[in-house]
Every structure is written in C-alpha cells, then in structure tokens.
Design a binder for this molecule. Structure first.
Ligand SMILES: Cc1cc2nc3c(=O)[nH]c(=O)nc-3n(C[C@H](O)[C@H](O)[C@H](O)COP(=O)(O)OP(=O)(O)OC[C@H]3O[C@@H](n4cnc5c(N)ncnc54)[C@H](O)[C@@H]3O)c2cc1C
Length: 239
C-alpha cells in the first residue's frame, strides 16, 4: 500500500548531459515492499499555507524489490520543469519525501509468452527493475528489450545490459538510435519500425511499452493491426 516515506540522497551520478541516477536510502520507514515496475511520487514542494497546491512528480523505481532499503531513480532533466530542477539541485545527504509504491502497469503477466519490452528514454527504468526481479526469481521466459534513444551520447547502462545478457541467455537487447553517427553499427530509426521488423512471433509474445505517448500509440496501433490482442499489450505513459 502506498505510504509517505522519508529518504536521504545517498548517491547522485550524472550519466549523460541530461540523465541523473539518484540513489535514495530509506529513513522512515527503513524498508519498503513493492512490485517490480512500480513508481514513487516525489514530493517536490509542499502545499503553501495559503492553500496553493503542492508539486509532485512520478518516477519509476529502477531498482528491484529485493533492494528494499534503497531506491534508484533515473531522471531525464531535459524538460527543466520543477521536477528536473529539483533533481539537478539535489546533493548527497539531502532529505526527500516520497509516496510509494504507486502504479505498476508493466508487471509481467504470468504466462510463458515471450516478453518484448519497448522503451524510449528513461522509459527503460521500470524494465530494469522488472528484469532484475525476474532473474532473481530464476524466470527463464525469453525477454527482449528495444530501447530508443537519439544519439550515441545519450547512452547509459550499456555495460549493465550487456552484462545481464551475458549472464542470462534468455535475455537480449537492442539499442535503437534515431540520430546515430556514421560509425553506429546497431539498429537505426525509431523503435516502432524496428520492433515490427524484428519481431516475428507476435502471437506468442507480450508487449510492454513505456515512454512517450507517440511511441506507445504508434506501436500499439501497429500491433493491433497485426492481430496482436489487446491483452497482450501493457503500457505506461511518461509524458
Ligand atoms: C508513471 C510515470 C513514471 C515516470 N517515470 C519517470 C522516470 O523514471 N524518469 C523520468 O525521467 N521521468 C519519469 N516520468 C516523467 C516525470 O514524472 C516528469 O514528467 C518529468 O521529469 C518532467 O518533470 P518536470 O517538472 O521537469 O517538467 P514538467 O514541467 O512537468 O514538464 C514540462 C514538459 O515536458 C514534457 N516532458 C516530460 N518528460 C519529458 C521527457 N523525458 N522528454 C521530453 N519532454 C518531457 C511534459 O509533458 C511537459 O510538456 C514519469 C512519469 C510518469 C507518469
């Protein structure tokens, strides 16, 4: 059940120009129970005494539930609204308040079907939690991740995902760049066309889509056109 939690920033790393990875250590209560793929609501600013509304932003928990004393978030601060500015200004040792866990639309269905994860940008965060949780539970369901970014310089977690793939032959992943440099050897273009080109076992797969609205609507529409059933598609929209 969602509850108010106080935290401390225990680590903050800038992974790319716009991406920050923040580790929060729980203070009160000292542990949390959640399902892989769930979210936390950051309480950025409290309601004012004059009755003005508080400011909250939802973030995916990027760490697996087994890490119940620390929570990881990966934040794209390119919008530079209140949430982004809050994260940019965070320092190790700062206190924070969240309400968690919330949501959780992307948790894997308990079927033997292949899991096809499609993310744009930080939409990859819940999939990191879900995959790590699945592997900790010795889940051998085949899983594939398509992750759309723009430039090579936007890349992070490559070593992490390569390491997971080396350790778990049931997992593979593709980074898809919409604006690659001339030396880029991987998939190019938008994730939508790449998923549809690469994926041939549509009836035996489930599709988990997370990120921006345009990608989610486009991939969903194309899958439905190809007779993928609605119940084989789960989505979480970031913006
Ligand atoms: C369920 C859920 C989970 C989320 N998880 C994450 C997460 O793990 N990591 C993360 O970085 N964000 C996540 N978000 C988005 C996050 O909550 C904020 O919307 C985002 O950080 C922008 O907040 P802001 O206050 O800086 O900008 P705002 O003032 O809220 O937004 C400014 C504008 O930017 C748009 N926008 C929001 N995000 C982006 C983006 N990434 N790129 C381009 N435009 C954008 C908004 O639609 C709006 O038009 C999640 C959102 C939802 C609903």
């Amino acid at each position: 059940m969602a509850q108010k939690i106080t935290l401390t920033v225990s680590k903050k790393e800038q992974l790319t120009k716009d991406i920050y990875l923040v580790t929060f250590r729980l203070v009160t209560p000292p542990t949390i129970s959640f399902q892989a793929g769930q979210n936390m609501m950051l309480m950025i600013a409290p309601a004012s005494a004059a009755g003005g509304p508080g400011i909250n932003r939802t973030m995916s928990i990027a760490s697996p539930p087994s890490s119940n004393t620390e929570l990881l978030m990966v934040h794209d601060v390119s919008p530079m609204g209140p949430g982004s500015k809050w994260t940019v200004g965070l320092r190790v040792g700062d206190p924070a308040t969240i309400v968690a866990p919330t949501g959780g639309a992307l948790s894997f269905l308990p079927s033997g079907r292949r899991k096809v994860m499609v993310a744009t940008g930080t939409g990859v965060a819940p999939f990191r939690s879900i995959m790590l949780d699945a592997f900790e539970k010795h889940d051998t369901t085949p899983m594939i991740l398509y992750w759309g970014l723009r430039f090579e310089a936007d890349t992070y977690w490559k070593d992490d995902f390569d390491g997971i793939a080396a350790q778990h032959p049931t997992f593979s992943w593709h980074q898809v760049l919409s604006r690659p440099g001339v030396t880029w050897q991987g998939l190019k273009g938008h994730v939508t066309e790449n998923v549809l080109d690469q994926e041939k076992e549509l009836a035996e797969s489930e599709f988990y889509l997370c990120g921006n609205k345009a990608m989610i609507e486009e991939v969903r529409a194309k899958l439905l056109e190809q007779n993928v059933l609605n119940e084989q598609i789960k989505t979480e929209l970031f913006f």
